[in-house]
Design a protein around this ligand. Structure first.
Ligand SMILES: Nc1nc2c(ncn2[C@@H]2O[C@H](COP(=O)(O)OP(=O)(O)OP(=O)(O)O)[C@@H](O)[C@H]2O)c(=O)[nH]1
Length: 681
């Protein structure tokens, strides 16, 4: 690898909706290029990618897999990315390091919308991309209809480079729209050139004209040729395609059937001839991609191997990476070229390579790494997705509790879209993620990799309580045991505060009736009581004032005053009309405008309060609804939102305020709470 020219490398992310055929396409790309001699099948669990137990169990990609091959002296690294929206973070983190992306989709018009978030990400990051319409044997709509639908979700013009040849319903070949050469597919070998079918001449001509006109929007010379009816030379068309694709101005479209290797060779040709070299990609990101000079890398993914070793998948942006190099103060402990889960040790890697580095302790996904002490501007990284689905988790074996936090930290390093916390009020350990499958995969990993089987339940809602009215109350604690006694005596005013004001403690003691040194004891007693109010929840928005009291010169103590305060609170608080408060979230729901009314119904049907909605700036055809939503209604919100919006709707949330629980719900909340054994007794 050492003398390799930077131009001879391509790294390509394979992305697309769930089950569109990405892993199958990678298998085919590796087979056609000779990297593997026998193709595996997703259904048989023997593909190069998706080799983890969690992937195989579900026959779906749950993390990014890398694989290398060579074709016509070009080194290709492919990143097979998960399609499920619940694993989108993996895809986004990997895309950040890709020179180009292939979007794999199915030829079904109704499903094209599921591509919208992906197109948006690629457009925002200006990552050159092409489309591979897979499963053409299952085409529910004709090619031009699919193309038309795809154009609606892409902000860049789509440009078909091929036209399908069908026999009855079967796809038997394609026409290359640059050369106007027709081909028939053959299992196990490259497609054969054949004469252009007469019945397709017209359609082919129209599709080609459309392709050329789109290209001419970026090239005046080509435009002149078209206006003068000159057929442009193929070289000129190819040059334009390369220039415009590299600049992420157009999206070429290819077609085929990955499980038969149909259409895979032309796709490879396009990657080699049209996709940008790492030099172009790095230059566009403001880096100097020469092989000598400072080394700059970015971590695209962190793996922990079944043996517990850390592997960081990195893209080399600048300079050379050598084994043992010190990166951000940490020594690279081995460099590996990956083939799914298989690792092959190598000595070095150059600009454009995507390789794994061993033992980079403390280095996280997204980090920019360098071997110099100079100040290097960190490369941009994908935003961390806000978690939207939670489960409370408990180790099946209590003795495993101590191991849990270190296993969870590793889990989060592998998958930054997970999050965990121990809730301050409920004390539950809560695992947050992107959906049900996402969390199930995380729980599988805890069980398999860390030997930590867990039980799960729905997290408790962190209700609070407050009071509606005031009272004055007297508490006296008097205790005589053998020698010293204990004596504390307080008068408290308990008053409600406005929402959000929290807890306030004051004292208006005159003449030292409660000596200064005992007053902190009173406050502690009040605070301790308030952690568990008359309804069983932490109390907020309350003012307690110590107004009077008395003491005993021998028997009084801070402890005794604490007890007196607790007694006063226990007696007084139930008289103050306690009321339950629930957390209210401020949410923004994003979805294609055709689903906005459904999103509004979903929110109002869950006791939400709509604040407004508007089009998302920079995202044609998408709306954003802002609303308040009780946290108690959030549990399955994402699941319903996705099922109403073809899986693409999403929401962001943050805690906003506490609000009184409607009377009709209070009873059931209290019954549940007390049934959990958490009620106050
Ligand atoms: N009919 C047909 N089926 C295909 C084709 N390509 C792939 N498949 C099947 O489609 C299913 C999904 O394929 P995968 O390769 O796992 O899809 P994926 O996009 O990697 O899936 P995720 O990564 O989980 O999103 C498998 O059963 C494949 O055998 C094709 O060209 N035609």
């Amino acid at each position: 690898m050492n003398q390799k020219a930077i131009e001879n490398t391509r790294n390509v992310a394979i992305v697309g909706p769930y089950s569109s055929g990405k892993t199958t396409l990678l298998e085919s790309l590796l087979f056609v290029t000779g990297a593997i001699t026998r193709k595996g099948k997703v259904t048989e669990g023997n593909t190069v990618s998706d080799s983890s137990a969690e992937s195989r169990d579900r026959q779906m990609s749950v993390e990014v897999s890398a694989a290398n091959t060579t074709y016509q002296d070009i080194n290709l690294t492919f990143l097979d990315c998960p399609g499920s929206i619940e694993f989108a973070q993996e895809t986004y983190n990997a895309l950040v390091g890709a020179g180009a992306a292939i979007i794999v989709c199915e030829p079904v018009v109704d499903r094209v919308l599921t591509l919208a978030p992906l197109f948006k990400f690629l457009d925002d990051w200006e990552i050159p991309h092409l489309v591979f319409i897979n499963k053409m044997d299952r085409a529910a709509n004709n090619f031009m209809e699919v193309l038309h639908a795809l154009k609606q979700v892409s902000s860049r013009p789509l440009l078909p480079q091929q036209y399908p040849i069908r026999q009855a319903h079967d796809l038997i070949g394609y026409i290359d729209l640059i050369s106007e050469q027709a081909y028939h597919y053959h299992p196990g070998s490259p497609a054969d050139p054949v004469a252009l079918p007469d019945d397709l001449k017209e359609e082919e001509h129209q599709a080609r004209q459309e392709m050329l006109e789109t290209l001419a929007d970026f090239d005046d010379h080509l435009l002149e040729e078209l206006l003068e009816d000159i057929d442009p030379p193929q070289d000129e068309i190819l040059q334009d395609l390369k220039k415009e694709l590299s600049a992420d101005q157009i999206v070429p479209v290819f077609l085929g059937m990955a499980d038969q290797d149909y259409g895979v060779r032309p796709l490879l040709e396009a990657l080699i001839k049209e996709a940008p070299s790492p030099k172009e990609t790095a230059t566009r990101r403001g880096l100097e991609p020469q092989d000598n000079g400072d080394t700059i890398l970015q971590v695209l993914k962190t793996y922990f191997t079944p043996q517990g070793g850390r592997l960081s998948l990195v893209r080399v942006w600048q300079g050379k990476l050598t084994d043992g190099m010190i990166l951000n103060g940490v020594r690279a402990g081995g460099i590996y070229s990956l083939m799914g889960q298989q690792q092959q040790a190598i000595n070095e890697a150059s600009v454009g390579d995507i390789v794994a580095i061993g033992r980079l302790e403390g280095i996280q996904t997204g980090d920019t790494l360098t071997n110099t002490n100079k100040d290097i501007k960190p490369l941009p990284k994908a935003d961390t997705l806000k978690p939207v689905y939670a489960l409370a988790i408990t180790p099946e074996n209590r003795k495993d509790e101590v191991k849990l936090s270190s296993a969870l930290s590793k889990l989060l390093e592998e998958d930054p879209s997970l999050y965990w916390e121990q809730h301050g009020d409920t004390r539950e350990v809560i695992l947050w993620g992107q959906g049900e499958i996402h969390l199930q995969v995380a729980l599988d990993r805890l069980r398999r990799k860390y030997n930590l089987p867990m039980t799960t339940h729905l997290p408790q809602i962190p209700y609070k309580e407050t009071i509606r009215s005031s009272t004055k109350v007297h508490g006296r604690y008097k205790h005589q045991t053998g020698g010293h006694g204990a004596f504390g005596d307080v008068y408290l005013d308990i008053k409600p505060l406005n929402r959000g004001e929290g807890f306030q403690f004051h004292e208006t003691i005159v003449g030292g009736v409660v000596p200064k040194q005992y007053i902190p004891g009173v406050e502690t007693g009040v605070r301790e009581y308030l952690s568990h109010g008359p309804l069983g929840f932490p109390v907020v928005d309350v003012n307690v004032t110590l107004t009077d009291g008395s003491y005993h010169s021998v028997d009084s103590s801070e402890q005794a005053f604490k007890q007196a305060a607790r007694l006063a609170m226990t007696e007084g608080m139930p008289q103050c009309s306690p009321v339950l408060l629930e957390p209210i979230l401020s949410i923004t729901v994003s979805a294609p405008s055709e689903f906005t009314s459904k999103a509004l119904q979903l929110i109002t049907g869950r006791r939400g309060q709509i604040l407004g909605y508007e089009g998302i700036s920079g995202w044609k055809g998408w709306d954003q609804v802002t609303a308040y939503l009780p946290q108690a209604e959030m549990q399955n919100f994402i699941i319903e939102l996705r099922s109403l919006t073809m899986g693409v709707g999403f929401f962001n949330w943050e805690f906003d305020h506490l609000q009184e629980v409607p009377d009709k719900l209070t009873e059931s909340v209290l019954a549940n709470h007390n049934g959990n054994g958490n009620g106050k007794n």
